[in-house]
Design a protein around this ligand. Structure first.
Ligand code: PDD
Length: 286
């Protein structure tokens, strides 16, 4: 079952118009959330970001934050899922052909909940390969990556390049050659025992997992450098990992075919363990 506009419907009945501007133009926004043991982790943070994305594209979400939170749980429970990946998608809605958002009377609101399938354990043990791709991350002044938009071609083109190079994730630079982020993840690296990650000003999504990791690092007394970095900084580091809601902390073993320091470095391990503890505490308290 999934939630479409105002009700739960079966997958086969969940149909939207071919005139939906989400389909025609990628005009809309989304969030991906993770439920652990029936509790949706950092639900408030995801709903806040959903509303931020909406306001950045001038979209009025047809429900309030509390109603959306309830609906997320309604969908999760209707599917009897405890471990799940939930996606909230809101498009501009159906309207005549034409770019004007005013042509669409009502946004389309969808919540999908799927059983969470773990990434292969070997990814966490051995690390994944990433490739620094030629596709630049969208320029902030054109389509701000801080908007979690349905307009995903930038990321898809980068992903295609990574796949062609035999890498699992693509790392994009911004138009000035500064490290930005992955196609669905933020990037971190450790050098001289300092945790580095691109600052949001380079044009990235302000990841919710990224923020947790930075908070954990701060509390653990790990020095942090949020800044502007080059491809070489990544290649010359001791540890590299990527983060997002579903992967949590995923170690990287190779960047462009170059082996990185240790397969799962000490700081990466510490951060992932602490992240899992944060999840466990959150689940206990909600
Ligand atoms: N992606 N950067 C990009 C471009 C992303 O799409 C994502 C998340 C992140 C990490 O954000 P967070 O930690 O809040 O999940 C960074 C989700 C998982 C997705 O596209 O499904």
């Amino acid at each position: 079952m999934l939630y479409l506009n105002n009700k739960l419907v079966s997958k086969s009945k969940a149909l939207i118009s071919v005139f939906d501007h989400g389909f025609l133009y990628g005009d809309g926004i989304y969030e991906t959330l993770r439920a652990y043991n029936g509790v949706v982790f950092k639900l408030d943070e995801h709903i806040d970001r959903l509303f931020r994305s909406a306001s950045m594209i001038g979209l009025t979400i047809p429900k309030g934050p509390e109603a959306i939170k309830k609906t997320v749980y309604t969908t999760l429970r209707a599917n009897r899922q405890k471990e799940a990946v939930i996606r909230i998608t809101i498009s501009r809605g159906a309207g005549p052909i034409g770019l004007d958002p005013g042509l669409c009377r009502r946004p389309t609101f969808v919540i999908i909940s799927n059983k969470f399938k773990n990434y292969p354990e070997q990814y966490y043990q051995k690390g994944i390969k990433v490739a620094i791709v030629n596709t630049c991350r969208n320029f902030r002044g054109a389509l701000n990556p801080a908007i979690k938009s349905l307009n995903f071609l930038n990321n898809i083109l980068a992903k295609r390049e990574a796949k062609d190079k035999g890498a699992y994730e693509a790392i994009m630079l911004n138009y000035r050659g500064h490290l930005a982020e992955g196609t669905i993840s933020n990037i971190f690296f450790v050098k001289d025992n300092i945790l580095h990650t691109p600052e949001t000003g380079v044009g990235i999504l302000d990841g919710i997992t990224r923020k947790s990791i930075l908070d954990i690092a701060r509390e653990s007394g790990i020095e942090i450098n949020e800044g502007r970095f080059k491809k070489e900084d990544l290649l010359n580091s001791r540890e590299v990992f990527i983060s997002n809601t579903t992967m949590e902390v995923m170690p990287v073993s190779h960047v462009d075919g170059t082996k990185i320091g240790t397969k799962k470095g000490n700081i990466t391990k510490l951060l992932h363990k602490a992240y899992k503890k944060e999840v466990a505490d959150y689940v206990k308290n909600h």
